[in-house]
Design a protein. Structure first.
Length: 144
């Protein structure tokens, strides 16, 4: 293996280690308690989501998706997950330029602190396999 390949591998590895930093060192126990209080009624006590979560409701919204590995939460970067939780579905997507999306997900910025939202997200991440955690970490932009 040449030196360039080794150097690129080290850079890639350190970027992946930094990519999920918003969720590292969080209070997972507090996140679980907050999840149970604020999220489980829609997303399920076991992060299983609502039935038929891939199909639209009559009002054009979709049921709450699972946050376990069967859902798509881990397909998104940390900042989108945070913004989606803080601003709600429509607010988060509008911030990214998508304005024609109808969402039943409310925003929690008025109810939860920034730290509490990050703790909830860290709890959700802690339930995923190491493989899925690594994949999701790679979806986050490297931090300078």
């Amino acid at each position: 293996m040449n030196r360039l390949a080794v150097a690129l591998g080290l850079v890639l590895h350190s970027n992946l280690a930094l990519a999920g930093h918003e969720l590292d060192g969080r209070d997972i126990g507090a996140g679980q308690a907050l999840y149970e209080e604020h999220c489980a009624s829609c997303h399920g006590a076991n992060l299983e989501g609502q039935p038929n979560w891939r199909s639209s409701n009559d009002d054009g919204t979709v049921p709450a998706p699972p946050h376990d590995e069967s859902g798509h939460t881990w397909h998104h970067d940390n900042q989108l997950l945070y913004t989606y939780t803080a601003l709600g579905g429509e607010g988060a997507l509008a911030e990214r330029g998508i304005t024609n999306f109808k969402s039943a997900m409310p925003g929690f910025a008025e109810v939860l602190t920034e730290e509490e939202i990050w703790n909830i997200l860290a709890y959700i991440r802690s339930t995923w396999s190491n493989r899925v955690q690594r994949i999701q970490a790679g979806r986050n932009p490297p931090h300078q």
